[in-house]
Design a protein around this ligand. Structure first.
Ligand code: PLP
Length: 417
C-alpha cells in the first residue's frame, strides 16, 4: 500500500478523522476573485448577439484590418514562423517598436533590454503590476477607468486607489481632475499610478501640463507611472499625444504600454508590449514568460510590417475615426443623450438623465432588448456604481452602416419615462 505523509492512501477517511481545517467548509475560490465581477463590456457583447442588437458596446472594429498586414501574417505562417518566438518578443517587432518610439515620441529604447512583447496590452498591464507590486501597495487609478485596471491591481496583491476625473459642465469642455485630490493619493504606500491617455471611456487626452503635474508627484513620492497609450494615434481636434516617459525625470520611472489592437484594427491578434528601464523589464519578462511564454509568433512578424506603414496610414486612421465620431455624436444628441465630446480614442461617454431611468443598468437593458443597441453601463467604469448610474458609453469603431443603423434605432427612444 502506498504511504504518503505517514498515512496509508486508500484507508477510509472518515470526517471525524480529518484534521479540523479540512472539515470546515472550505472554498475552492480565491478571495481575490471574489472582489471582482465578470467583465460588463464583454457581457454586453454577448447580449448584443442574443438580442440581435447593434453592438456599440465593445471596442472592436467591425471593418477589415489593413490588407498589407493580413498578407504579412499569411506569409509568416506559410514561411513557417510557427514556433515560439523569443519569449520577450520577435526581434523584428522589437526593433520596429523601438524605431517608432523614437520617431513618434523622441524616446530612445534599447530593444534588447527595455522591451517585452506580450499577449495584448491586457497582459502587458497585468504582467507589469505583478512584476512591481507587493501586498499592501496602492495603485492610483483615475476613474472612470478601463475596467481591467481594478481587477489587475487586485490580482497583483495591490489595492486600487481612485482619483476622480470630473465631467465637463459644457459638452465641449474637458474632463478634469482636482490636483489636491490627486496629491492626497500619493503617499508612502503608493507604488504606481496608471495613466490612460487618450482615455477610455472619457475620450480625454491628458495635456502636457497635467502630465507634468503627475510627473512632479511621481518624482516627489517615488512612484512609478504605468501608462496605457493604446489609443496613441486616435486623436481629434488638433490634440497631441504626450508620452509621459518623454518628460524630464520620467524615463526611468515609467512603463509605457501599447499594442496593435486599436492602431491596426486587430484586437483578436493579441499583440501588445511594455517599454521600461532594464531592471523593470527584467522583472516583467519573468512574469510574462511564466504566464504566457510568448505572444503569437507569426502575428509578431506581421506586427513588424504594420509598424512600418507610412505616416499617411496614421493620418487616415485618425481622420476615419473623426468622421465616425462626427457621425454618431449628433445622432446621440438628437436621440436625447448629453454627450461629452471625445478628443481621442473611439468612445463617447453620455449622460442619460434626460431619459428618466433609475440607473444605467436598467437603461442599457432597455436599450439592448427594446431598442436593439448595445452600450456599456457607466457604472462599470467606477468603483462606486452610483457614480456612473446616469452615464452610458458608446463605441464608434464601426462602419458607417453600423452607426447609421444604430442612429435609426436610437430614434425610437422614449424620453422622460
Ligand atoms: N487598454 C485600454 C484603455 C483599452 O480600452 C483596451 C481595450 O479596449 C485595452 C487596453 C486592451 O487592449 P489589448 O487588445 O491590447 O489587450
Amino acid at each position: 500500500m502506498e504511504v504518503r505523509d505517514g498515512k496509508a492512501c486508500g484507508d477510509p477517511v472518515t470526517l471525524t478523522s480529518m484534521p479540523e481545517i479540512l472539515t470546515q467548509s472550505k472554498s475552492f475560490l480565491s478571495s481575490k476573485v471574489a472582489h471582482f465581477t465578470e467583465s460588463v463590456i464583454r457581457e454586453m457583447t454577448r447580449q448584443a448577439m442574443q438580442y440581435g442588437a447593434v453592438n456599440l458596446a465593445q471596442g472592436f472594429p467591425d471593418f477589415p484590418a489593413p490588407r498589407e498586414i493580413k498578407e504579412a501574417a499569411q506569409e509568416a505562417i506559410a514561411g513557417d514562423i510557427n514556433q515560439y518566438a523569443i519569449t520577450w518578443g520577435a526581434k523584428n517587432l522589437r526593433d520596429a517598436i523601438a524605431r517608432q518610439m523614437q520617431e513618434w515620441q523622441g524616446i530612445t529604447v534599447d530593444p534588447e533590454r527595455e522591451l517585452t512583447v506580450c499577449c495584448g496590452s491586457t497582459e502587458a498591464i497585468v504582467s507589469t503590476l505583478l512584476a512591481v507590486c507587493n501586498a499592501g501597495d496602492e495603485v492610483i487609478i483615475f476613474e472612470p477607468f478601463y475596467e481591467n485596471y481594478g481587477p489587475d491591481s487586485i490580482i497583483s496583491g495591490a489595492r486600487p486607489r481612485f482619483v476622480k476625473l470630473r465631467p465637463p459642465e459644457a459638452p465641449e469642455g474637458e474632463w478634469t481632475f482636482d490636483s489636491r485630490e490627486l496629491r492626497s493619493a500619493f503617499h508612502n504606500n503608493a507604488k504606481a499610478i496608471v495613466v490612460n491617455t487618450p482615455n477610455n471611456p472619457t475620450g480625454k487626452v491628458f495635456t502636457r501640463a497635467e502630465l507634468e503635474l503627475i510627473r512632479d508627484l511621481c518624482v516627489e513620492f517615488n512612484v512609478l507611472a504605468i501608462t496605457d497609450e493604446i489609443y496613441e494615434h486616435i486623436l481629434y481636434d488638433g490634440t497631441k499625444h504626450v508620452s509621459i516617459a518623454s518628460l524630464d525625470g520620467m524615463r526611468e520611472r515609467t512603463v509605457t504600454i501599447n499594442g496593435m489592437s486599436k492602431t491596426y484594427a486587430v484586437t483578436g491578434w493579441r499583440v501588445g508590449w511594455t517599454v521600461a528601464p532594464p531592471e523593470i523589464t527584467n522583472a516583467i519578462r519573468k512574469v510574462h514568460d511564466f504566464l504566457t511564454v510568448g505572444a503569437p509568433a507569426p502575428l509578431q512578424e506581421a506586427g513588424a510590417t504594420a509598424l512600418s506603414l507610412p505616416p499617411s496610414y496614421y493620418q487616415q486612421l485618425a481622420e476615419g475615426y473623426r468622421r465616425r465620431r462626427d457621425r454618431l455624436v449628433p445622432a446621440l444628441i438628437k436621440a436625447g443623450f448629453r454627450c461629452f465630446r471625445p478628443r481621442g480614442a473611439y468612445y463617447v461617454m453620455t449622460d442619460i438623465t434626460g431619459f428618466g431611468f433609475p440607473d444605467d443598468v436598467a437603461f442599457t437593458q432597455y436599450l439592448v432588448k427594446e431598442i436593439g443597441v448595445a452600450a456599456v453601463p457607466g457604472s462599470s467604469f467606477y468603483n462606486d456604481p452610483r457614480d456612473g448610474a446616469q452615464q452610458v458609453r458608446f463605441a464608434f469603431c464601426k462602419r458607417d452602416e453600423t452607426l447609421d443603423e444604430a442612429a435609426r434605432r436610437l430614434g425610437g427612444l422614449r424620453h422622460g419615462s
